[in-house]
Design a protein around this ligand. Structure first.
Ligand SMILES: Cc1cc2nc3c(=O)[nH]c(=O)nc-3n(C[C@H](O)[C@H](O)[C@H](O)COP(=O)(O)OP(=O)(O)OC[C@H]3O[C@@H](n4cnc5c(N)ncnc54)[C@H](O)[C@@H]3O)c2cc1C
Length: 498
């Protein structure tokens, strides 16, 4: 097939939290004659394209329907393929990296002072605010009640919505575009300033200063790319890789093999998560309203886990619970009575956890659950069970038990009934959506892939601007920190160009 050649000053690959931000920040350069392209593998979803049906929308928005498996098949990873990347399906909880985490990262220049104005910019742009009490649904109220009855610290999530109708299907994309992701806020601004947005365009490989890409026929009845399907060579003075944690490392592996840092793909972390449920005697309002309004982080320093309120759709929920048959049927038939909690283990960045590629060049993720993470899960399941009972649940279904349900009468036996001996990797459904690392920033090329401004060590034209830059877990919900780092990358590029 013949290859069409196009010339640009800057090509950005991927349009999520990182790529969408960098495109907007660099877009004023178009007024000075710069030609900038934003390539995105996925399509552009308009409001009318979102039916809110669980299976079709998961299939349309996510890589592998949201079930990309790690090589040992004991965890699935959720990340999106769409204009706006995973910000199309995120919940919009907006937390900034704690100072203590930035201190641990120890990347020169990536300090609270440097990031604060960047955080403030995106908090403003994205309309981050707290929902008023009358908009908090029962599921979230029960989370607060449980924490308060136990004397635990509980905090409200700031959220980035405008005109939220409480549809509750945030993780299937927002059918009214209330969530202020990059496809709603930053990309339209970039486009208005002259950035050329090219959906259904997959970057296959980098070839020196060129991006070799394929424009695909449109899927899912979405609008076609402005370029006709076929092979393209985008010649660029600067290339910014923002394809997300899995695909940025994979693209760099396909393009450079071992020629980049020996840390390429390494120190992958993902805050592995479990969904837990407690059944209440009466129906609760759980599917309407913003699904995730509160969190409890008091166990992070001691036991390395976070608890968040959450609400998942029937198939996702059933897939994440243990067991089959009558008991599962019984539990799912009480869907309207279920309170849900998301447990996130704060995993350590370890060198052996990494993104590589297989012979075909597709991404492979190698992840081993450390003893610390498994211990965190046990403590988190026990704590969530206490929370459910403190909120009035009549029975709790928890993984890591020898039975399907635990009742309030057994609450003194929680530590015995929920035990490590029942926690079997591969049998318990673990998933993750906060993917981080693989192209970690740092000063020393022996210990990092990019410099503190996201420029790939040893390359004069190549940058990374997405969650791959994180040297270790951010210990909170990550998107605002990704945007702040992408803002830094754009600043560095603008400085170089001027
Ligand atoms: C269900 C879910 C809920 C979440 N909720 C929250 C939340 O409430 N708060 C929070 O802070 N974070 C949340 N997150 C995490 C957050 O959305 C991500 O951390 C963030 O979007 C990652 O940004 P990124 O730029 O690294 O990658 P992404 O946003 O995933 O963007 C990468 C983009 O690159 C594209 N791409 C990949 N390969 C190529 C290629 N070869 N060529 C062209 N394009 C390519 C992809 O299609 C994708 O659009 C959630 C994530 C998920 C999945």
């Amino acid at each position: 097939m013949s290859e069409k050649v196009l010339d640009y000053d800057i090509v950005i690959i991927g349009s999520g939290a990182g790529g969408g931000t960098v495109a907007k920040e660099l877009s004023p350069l178009c007024a000075r004659g710069a030609r900038i392209a934003l390539l995105e593998w996925g399509g552009h979803f308009e409001k009318k394209d979102n039916t809110r049906e669980e299976i079709p929308m998961a299939e349309k928005y996510y890589f592998d329907h949201g079930g990309f498996q790690t090589s040992t098949q004991d965890m699935t990873l959720a990340f999106a393929r769409a204009l706006g990347g995973s910000t199309t399906v995120y919940t919009g909880t907006s937390i900034t990296a704690p100072d203590s985490v930035l201190k641990k990262w120890d990347v020169p220049g990536v300090t609270p002072q440097d990031l604060k104005p960047r955080f403030e910019k995106y908090i403003q742009e994205n309309g981050v605010h707290l929902y008023p009490p009358e908009e908090i649904n029962d599921n979230n109220k029960l989370f607060v009640e449980g924490c308060q009855n136990l004397g635990w610290k509980v905090e409200q999530f700031p959220v980035n919505t405008r005109g939220c109708q409480g549809l509750g299907t945030c993780n299937l994309g927002c059918a009214v575009h209330a969530k202020q992701g990059t496809a709603v806020v930053q990309i339209p601004q970039a486009q208005k300033n002259g950035v050329e947005v090219i959906p259904f365009c997959r970057a296959d490989r980098l070839d020196d200063h060129d991006v070799l890409a394929t424009v695909l026929p449109p899927e899912n009845a979405l609008r076609a790319s402005p370029l006709s399907p076929g092979r393209y060579r985008f010649r660029a003075k600067k290339i910014i890789v923002s394809a997300g944690v899995i695909h940025s490392s994979a693209l760099l592996w396909r393009s450079f093999g071992n020629a980049l840092s020996s840390d390429l793909g390494r120190y992958f972390t993902c805050q592995p998560a479990l969904i837990l449920v407690g059944e209440h005697p009466h129906p609760i309002k759980n599917t309407e309203g913003h699904p995730k309004s509160f969190y409890c982080d008091q166990f992070v320093p001691s036991d390395h886990f976070l608890l968040e309120s959450c609400m998942y759709f029937p198939l996702t929920l059933a897939k994440n619970l243990m067991g089959f048959g009558e008991e599962m049927d019984d539990l799912m038939s009480h869907y309207a009575h279920l309170q849900m909690i998301l447990v996130l283990a704060i995993d350590k960045a370890e060198r052996h956890n990494r993104v590589t590629i297989n012979k075909k060049g597709d991404p492979l993720v190698h992840y081993r659950f450390s003893k610390r993470t498994q211990d965190s899960f046990i403590q988190a399941i026990r704590s969530s069970t206490r929370l459910f009972f403190a909120a009035g649940a009549r029975r709790v279904h928890a993984p890591a038990m020898d039975r399907f349900f635990i009742s309030p009468e057994q609450k003194d036996q929680i530590d015995t009934l929920i035990h490590k001996k029942y926690f079997k990797l591969g049998k318990i459904s673990i998933s993750a959506a906060h993917l981080m690392g693989g192209c970690r920033m740092g000063e020393d090329p022996k210990e990092s892939v990019t410099d503190p401004w996201g420029k790939v060590h040893g390359q004069d034209h190549l940058y990374v601007a997405d969650a791959s830059l994180f040297p270790a877990a951010v210990e909170v919900n990550p998107y605002l920190t990704i945007m702040a780092l992408a803002d830094r990358v754009a600043e560095g590029i603008k400085r170089e160009l001027s």
